[in-house]
Structures are given as structure tokens and as C-alpha cells.
Design a protein around this ligand. Structure first.
Ligand SMILES: Nc1ncnc2c1ncn2[C@@H]1O[C@H](COP(=O)(O)OP(=O)(O)OP(=O)(O)O)[C@@H](O)[C@H]1O
Ligand SMILES: [Mg+2]
Length: 218
């Protein structure tokens, strides 16, 4: 018998409803997706700030930070049980590594949502199928896909980390939008026009959506 069959789901004695009642709002996942430089981290953090000051419970899971910890890259992980560890479990940027990156983030965001927290995730998450898989693990209405829409030229112009420059110079391979695909959402809950509107206005657009859906109360 494999170990898997001996692992059972353990129900928490504190229900989600109890947590949401005490928090005064519902838990959900706000999944930002878009090109590097489109403004995912900026809008997520602006929204987090607004939610915090309005008394709501939220958390930001951000691409760069998660790739330093939970999903650290090959070579960044040190294990005591064998040298192959880092290559087996460290995540890079190939399609399969991006898939696993998103799966793990989705699983963590799901835990937050079940705990009555508004989880904001800021990852390029370029593949539609990977985002849809996360959507399908959540209850209807709990996965709010937010497409941060800015033209590639605008993102490349911003280039705060100098990554587009490196990708154009061939120093980074498989960079989304340059030599790796980005699949726009087909039916996102929200589209943010981040080339023409300020992060403050965009965060307010999400707050209006959350209020309309009864996730938070005005
Ligand atoms: N709505 C906006 N209007 C103008 N500038 C913006 C806007 N949103 C973000 N920016 C600027 O664009 C740059 C990139 O933003 P940000 O780091 O949030 O992008 P990102 O989508 O998180 O990128 P990455 O995927 O590389 O983490 C930053 O310099 C930020 O100040
Ligand atoms: Mg970011």
C-alpha cells in the first residue's frame, strides 16, 4: 500500500464560517496575471494597504518573494538528505517548473481563502491552463482573476528590473513576452488598464468589485 492512501483530510474544528464571521468578510483569492512590469505587485500592494486600513484581513503572495522561499530555484536550496534535492525540488522558469510554481501558490492561496483571508497573488502565471487549474480547486466565485493589461511596449519601457533589456540581449532565455508565451485570460473577472490608470484607481476598481460581490462590505 502506498503512503498516499494513508493520508486523509482532517476537518478543522474551527469552521470557515466561524472565521469569516469574526473577520467580517469572506475569504477569496485575487489572482493577478500579466506581463512582467504590467503592475501586478504594485496594484496588489496598493490594494493590500487599502484593505488593511479598512480593517480587512489580506495577504500578498508575490512572485519574487515566493521564489526566494517556498519555491526557491535550483541551487538556492540546501538539503541534508542528498545532493540531488535542489534539482528535484527547486523551480526555474521552464513550462513544467512554471506549472509547479503556480500549483504550489494556488495551494497556499487556497489555504488562506479557507481561513477567511483575502489572498492576493502577483505572478506572471503565463499559462491559461495553470490558472484554470487553480480556479477549479476553489469554490465558484472565490477565484477572482484580474488581468493586469499593459502593452508589451509599455512594460518594456518601464523595465524597473532591467529584465527586458537582458532578455533582448539574449542574457535571459525564455522571458515571457519576448521568447516565451503569455496567454491572456479569456474570461477574467476584471481587466485593469494599467498603462493608462494609476495603481490607486485600479485598486479602487477591485474594491468596488469585492463590494458588489458581497466579499467585503462598504
Ligand atoms: N498603473 C500604473 N501606472 C504607472 N506605472 C505603474 C503602474 N503600475 C505599475 N507601475 C510601474 O511599473 C513598474 C512595474 O510594476 P510592477 O513591479 O508592479 O510589475 P509586475 O507586474 O509585478 O512585474 P513582475 O512580473 O516583473 O514582478 C514599476 O516601476 C511600477 O512603479
Ligand atoms: Mg511583481
Amino acid at each position: 500500500m502506498s503512503n498516499d492512501t494513508n493520508v486523509t483530510w482532517h476537518e478543522s474544528s474551527v469552521s470557515r464560517q466561524m472565521r469569516e464571521k469574526r473577520n467580517g468578510h469572506k475569504g477569496c483569492v485575487i489572482w493577478f496575471t500579466g506581463l512582467s512590469g504590467s503592475g501586478k505587485s504594485t496594484v496588489a500592494n496598493t490594494l493590500d494597504h487599502k484593505l488593511y486600513h479598512a480593517g480587512y484581513h489580506s495577504v500578498v503572495l508575490d512572485g519574487d518573494n515566493v521564489r526566494h522561499g517556498l519555491n526557491a530555484g535550483p541551487g538556492m536550496l540546501k538539503a541534508t538528505h542528498g545532493e540531488e534535492f535542489s534539482n528535484r525540488f527547486g523551480l526555474g522558469f521552464s513550462a513544467i517548473d512554471r506549472e509547479e510554481n503556480i500549483r504550489r501558490i494556488g495551494a497556499v492561496a487556497d489555504i488562506f481563502a479557507r481561513t477567511g483571508i483575502i489572498a492576493l497573488t502577483a505572478f506572471i502565471s503565463p499559462y491559461r491552463i495553470d490558472r484554470d487549474k487553480v480556479r477549479n480547486t476553489l469554490n465558484p466565485g472565490e477565484f477572482i482573476e484580474v488581468f493586469v493589461d499593459a502593452p508589451l511596449e509599455v512594460c518594456e519601457q518601464r523595465d524597473p528590473k532591467g529584465l527586458y533589456k537582458k532578455a533582448r540581449a539574449g542574457e535571459i532565455k525564455g522571458f515571457t513576452g519576448i521568447d516565451d508565451p503569455y496567454e491572456e485570460p479569456l474570461a477574467p473577472e476584471l481587466v485593469l488598464q494599467s498603462a493608462t490608470k494609476t495603481p490607486d484607481i485600479l485598486a479602487d476598481e477591485i474594491i468596488s468589485f469585492l463590494t458588489d460581490k458581497g466579499i467585503i462590505h462598504a
